[in-house]
Design a protein around this ligand. Structure first.
Ligand code: ADP
Length: 394
């Protein structure tokens, strides 16, 4: 058995719990020393949450010695009081299938200071496939989390402050080019048009940044209303029609009458964004399709194009902030890489999900599902934090 173990690759060695346990028993001292002195936090708990290993990094970050937490539930000392129930419940609700998983949680040190820790939890299973031990490896991300928050706040303040002067600039440009303040020479008119286009683009960017910040900080409240899919689809198509005509792209909509409870402006924003991208990445003469469908889990919207599609390894990545498939995209196609991040945030805020696929032949397909389709009732009180999704059809 010994010899076999040596040749087995690591992934396989993790496979059977019996082997894992045997390995632990045979663990040479140096493996223990490596874990003990590693820069990452390493904590091992049994299936009841009792701490059986707690390395030096854990001691350093928490201020507790191993002896002080050994044999106790980890939440007794390490989890802030206000998180205790949630932490215990989350731990106890996990089964073998829930591993590995990654989570970010606060730790409370001996001195009362909170540290934000990013954990990866993996499971050691017993011979009959039950949880035996849970191995947590973690990194203290307190400073990074604080910086992220600061950056988001900064983004919010700056975008907000930019909005007011921008509004007056756009207003003034509108008055000038409308001839309200006297005749403008043809050359001046062209300058005004360029200035207006740039101001519009800046306004879009500022609005996108504000949306991103609000979504990240949980401050974007949805205005739920009873609406109908057909109206949302038609309005979104009307918004991109001009741009589509300019690029010689046809947008076809297969309208579906289906009531839903959602924030109509935000759903139109998502649809417009997806349609705008589809048009942007379509070849001249190409077609873009918008359709919807009732599913048991909610209402599905689909935007499909005949463009270059998205590489398989980027299908998830494009939903991240400032992510573009090609570095030249923003130069050649315009855009900031914020649109899909906002779409994902808005759909998630509705309690739905959004994803991208590649078409069978070519082109990209974007789909999102909103729950609560077919519900004809507007919730009386809707708090975006407490009730991220409208009541679902029963
Ligand atoms: P933006 O379009 O402003 O750059 P998005 O977040 O909307 O930002 O899109 C991110 C990136 O995803 C785009 O830059 C592009 O690389 C890719 N993408 C989005 N939609 C499509 C599509 N329909 N076809 C091909 N690529 C797409």
């Amino acid at each position: 058995v010994e010899a076999e173990h040596d040749t087995v690759n690591l992934a396989e060695a993790w496979l059977t719990a019996e082997e894992s346990r045997d390995t632990l028993k045979r663990e040479p001292d140096y493996t223990a020393s490596v874990l003990q002195t590693a820069g990452s936090l390493v904590m091992v708990c049994d299936r009841h949450g009792k701490v059986v290993r707690f390395n030096q990094a854990c001691e350093l970050v928490s201020g507790y010695a191993f002896e002080e937490v050994k044999g106790r539930n980890f939440w007794d000392r390490l989890v802030p009081r206000d998180q205790l129930d949630a932490s215990r419940a989350a731990f106890l609700s996990r089964g073998p299938a829930d591993f590995p998983h990654v989570s970010e949680r606060p730790w409370q040190g001996r001195d009362g200071r909170r540290r934000q820790v990013r954990w990866t939890a993996t499971a050691l299973l017993s011979g009959d496939g039950e949880l035996d031990y849970i191995v947590y490896t973690g990194t203290d991300v307190t400073e990074r989390a604080a910086l992220e928050r600061l950056k988001d706040e900064f983004l919010g303040v700056v975008s907000h402050e930019l909005r007011t002067p921008l509004t007056s600039i756009r207003g003034a440009l509108g008055l000038l080019s409308g001839g309200m303040l006297g005749e403008v020479s043809p050359k001046g008119q062209r300058m005004l048009e360029i200035a207006s286009l740039s101001a519009d683009r800046l306004a879009r960017l500022v609005n996108d940044l504000l949306d991103v910040e609000r979504l990240e900080s949980g401050h974007l409240a949805l205005d739920y209303q009873a609406c109908d899919a057909i109206a949302l689809m038609e309005q979104a198509v009307a918004t991109v029609q001009g741009m589509a005509a300019e690029s010689n792209v046809t947008v076809e909509v297969d309208p579906l009458e289906a009531p839903l409870v959602a924030d109509p402006d935000r759903v139109i924003q998502v649809l417009t964004n997806l349609l705008g991208n589809a048009v942007k990445f379509s070849p001249p003469g190409g077609r873009v399709w918008l359709r919807a469908e009732r599913l048991p889990e909610g209402l599905l919207f689909e935007v499909r194009d005949q463009g270059r599609g998205i590489p398989d390894d980027k299908l998830e990545l494009v939903f991240d902030r400032f992510q573009q498939v090609d570095a030249s995209d923003s130069r050649e196609k315009g855009g900031t890489g914020l649109g899909l991040a906002i779409c994902r945030g808005l759909v998630a805020q509705h309690g739905g999900r959004i994803w991208a696929e590649n078409g069978l032949e070519r082109g990209a397909v974007f789909r999102f599902v909103l729950p609560g389709a077919g519900v004809g009732r507007v919730p009386a009180v809707v708090d975006s934090q407490a009730a991220p999704c409208p009541p679902s059809a029963s």
